[in-house]
Design a protein around this ligand. Sequence first.
Ligand code: ADP
Length: 396
Amino acid sequence: MKILVVNAGSSSLKYQLFDMETGEVLAKGNCERIGIDGLITHKCPGKPDYKTQADFPDHRAAIEFVLKLLTDKTLGVIDSVDAIEAVGHRFAHGGEKLRKSSVLGDEEIAYLESIVGLNPLHGPPAISGFKACKEVMPSVNHVGVFDTSYYADIQEHAYIYPIPYELYEKYKIRKYGFHGTSHRYVAGKAAEMLGDPNAKIITCHLGNGSSITATVNGKAVDTSMGFTPQDGVPMGTRSGAIDPTIPTYIMKAENLTADETEKLLNGKSGLYGVSGISSDCRDIRDAAANGKVRAKLAMKILTHNIKKIVGSYVAEMNGVDAVVFTAGIGENDRDLRAEVCKDMSFMGIQIDEEVNATCPRGEIADITAKGAKVKTFVIPTNEEYMIALDTQNLTK
Ligand code: ADP
């Protein structure tokens, strides 16, 4: 079975074509600058990478170009579009109703359209991407996989905020959680490695956006992101959790509008805001190594917050069997892993410094110190494969 996975952003459309018999990625790529001009990068194992400018007035033009490439005599990997048996679409938000991956029909799309206010950045382009794909491939099933659905079963006391309850009823202000597809994938792998589907696992997805999730029995019980992906640990440009009165204080002090304040906390804060240098962890590390004090401080704030959340989830779950690091920073920054796990031996978390420092990039690694009670793993995430699997399971 061949499944196309699509992740549509406001000006981009990423895709991967999977052969589900082998789990192999046959081709993948990214259409960028949709609505501006158009640029596509297309990669197939064993063939030279292909990159060209194109005319992408909208998502439909982009997906049509992708299908042309996938079926191209020299660059392609399938004979005809009919070889694609289903399409999986990534959605950041499924609201309260889309609690699991679902085949997308009129009802589901109407619901997703009704909740774009909860998800103004990712919702509209994901819906446009889906509509474009459905028009071009009308006869196959299209499945929506929602980042929020991994948190569908967290308990009320973990998702209701201590603000007037009517605001939840009126506006659905509650914790939703994000990055669920990634956390579900790496927590599943960790449970497999432990040989225990009931394990207590803390997964740290640390990339440009970062979140930490606690999983028990294969189900999320808590997560650091909340009503929006702005909550939790500091990120590249997002503040993460801060004292809730800071936004209104800044608005008054700097005479900013609500939108300007949101932009400041979303786009100018986090690692970038503290360091004043970059949102990219590698740049911050370089700057810190060159003695830049605020770059050092930015990393210290990050590790301090990760540690606090990991500790709180150990308390919440009454223990932990494994801690997992994933995504750009989690998979690659060995110093961060060492700093987070330092002085945690009292709760059984201790890593082998040597193994941590030398584990190969892009591969699963067990970095646990000999004799430590809690396992620590590095597990590269694979959200696209998870989307393809859900799509296969729902359409087979
Ligand atoms: P996104 O959330 O956009 O998917 P990624 O998961 O790709 O992001 O993570 C991007 C982050 O990973 C950036 O901060 C980048 O600096 C960091 N990163 C990538 N490689 C390394 C590395 N070798 N060392 C430290 N950080 C890294």
